[in-house]
Ligand binder design. Structure first.
Ligand SMILES: Cc1cc2nc3c(=O)[nH]c(=O)nc-3n(C[C@H](O)[C@H](O)[C@H](O)COP(=O)(O)OP(=O)(O)OC[C@H]3O[C@@H](n4cnc5c(N)ncnc54)[C@H](O)[C@@H]3O)c2cc1C
Length: 408
């Protein structure tokens, strides 16, 4: 009779391969290694069993979100003057990477990190003073990003939700789709049309607002969309939502630019999460291949089992280098659109490939929820499609790096 294979031992910080010191500027610093260890220690209760149980019940990671907020990891990018950790993006990326490598899903963390970036870069001093300390302390959750619409899809400039100025307020009406975690959020960053686009600038006419959801729920009908992983995403109908004019972020009509401005950070964080997922798959696949014995020898003695795992390791680590390059450029204030996009595509594909290799290694056990492989695959697959699909990433590289004509 076959005995079920034991679960691979939990990955530990010691197994995280250090970056080669020969890559100037890309090697992990001692402070970053300390940050990794801190994340591992503080989030120790949030390994595979925690996420598996949530996945089973389709429940929100409440305890994880609280712990993340309590130890200010959620406020990693908020400057110290507002109560945050004031870390660069390279460090924030390590935090979300660790969460995923520990078996988790850093979605709630990355959302707050990048949504908050729009407020940080384009908000008025009064808005920052009002909101950032509350977000940094965990008192207020900024988890919802209201951009995508049913008709517009990837073409954000075509969104139709209208915000009309009436005295001291904007009144908003429209439909949104795929708005994640709004039921667990107190603040939402909303993109809506305030005027028609200009013939010479199709991005003009969209504006960005901070919506205090505690006062807005009556005006927003929320319909959860069941998806194949544990994600709290929704369709919204917004009817006569009143937003105080003081909650307009930046200049009216320029909101699309502010949203784009956050995209590089978002892509870098997503890439880091995929690297974390990819390492989880490689580590678990290799551990399982060492201990599972079939035909009188460990699975991992067969090259047919070794090679996909070895290839996956190479792909994940190569994607990680691109992610590091992108974050280093971002933190230096240098253009990084190409690198951020490349990192996102490479990492999301590498993690999916690593998932497949891990699934093949586990054989039938890969399909059993108790081994977490199928859950991690469902989670990591999202990042080839959202927040931006990889076809649009390739279009970006074709147009902006290779100089090919714009295709859409
Ligand atoms: C679980 C989940 C959570 C999400 N959370 C949020 C959120 O919190 N807030 C938010 O605003 N949005 C959110 N989104 C939306 C997400 O950003 C969009 O799904 C994504 O941008 C793609 O848009 P779409 O689904 O309408 O695809 P479409 O635009 O309909 O495109 C479908 C497919 O067609 C292809 N395609 C489209 N255009 C082109 C082109 N020009 N060239 C080549 N191929 C193309 C791509 O492969 C694409 O995947 C979420 C989505 C999901 C699935």
């Amino acid at each position: 009779m076959k005995t079920p294979a034991a679960r691979p031992k939990k990955s530990s910080a010691a197994e995280v391969a250090p970056m080669p010191a020969a890559v100037p500027g890309l090697a992990e610093t001692p402070a970053q290694t300390a940050l990794r260890l801190r994340v591992r220690k503080e989030l120790e209760p949030f390994g595979d069993p925690y996420w598996r149980a949530l996945d089973d019940k389709r429940a929100y990671p409440e305890a994880y979100a609280k712990a993340f907020a309590k130890n200010r990891l959620l406020a990693a990018l908020i400057p110290e003057e507002y109560g945050g950790l004031g870390l660069p993006l390279s460090d924030a990326a390590l935090i979300v990477e660790e969460v995923n490598q520990m078996g988790g899903n850093a979605g709630t963390a990355h959302a707050q990190m990048y949504i908050m970036g729009t407020l940080l870069r384009h908000g008025s001093p009064e808005q920052k003073q009002k909101w950032l300390p509350q977000i940094a302390s965990g008192k207020l959750r900024l988890q919802a990003f209201g951009v995508t619409e049913p008709k517009a899809g990837s073409d954000t400039t075509k969104i139709e939700t209208q915000a009309v100025r009436k005295g001291g307020h904007y009144v908003v009406n429209g439909e949104k789709r795929w708005i994640s975690r709004i039921q667990y959020s107190e603040l939402m960053l909303l993109l809506a049309r305030t005027s028609p686009p200009r013939p010479d600038d199709r991005t003009f006419g969209l504006s960005t607002f901070l919506v205090d959801l505690r006062k807005a729920k009556d005006a927003i009908d929320i319909r959860p969309i069941k998806v194949w992983m544990n994600n709290f995403t929704n369709a919204l109908t917004i009817r006569d939502l009143k937003i105080p004019a003081e909650n307009l972020v930046g200049e009216e009509g320029r909101g699309f630019r502010y949203i784009i401005d956050g995209w590089n950070a978002e892509r870098i964080l997503i890439a880091a999460e995929c690297v974390g997922d990819g390492r989880w798959f490689v580590e678990h696949g290799a551990a399982y291949a060492k201990q599972r014995v079939v035909f009188g020898r460990p699975l991992g003695q067969n090259q047919g089992v070794q090679f996909p795992l070895a290839r996956s390791h190479m792909m994940v680590e190569a994607a990680d280098l691109m992610r590091r390059q992108a974050s280093a450029l971002f933190d230096a204030g240098t253009k990084c659109g190409a690198e951020a996009n490349m990192a996102k595509l490479l990492a999301s594909e590498a993690s999916w490939q690593a998932g497949n290799a891990c699934m093949d290694t586990y054989g039938g056990n890969g399909f059993a929820a108790e081994h977490d492989v199928e859950r991690k695959m469902r989670e990591t697959r999202l990042y080839q499609t959202a927040p931006i699909n990889n076809n649009l990433v390739m279009s970006y590289i074709a147009q902006h790096v290779l100089g090919l004509p714009r295709s859409f």
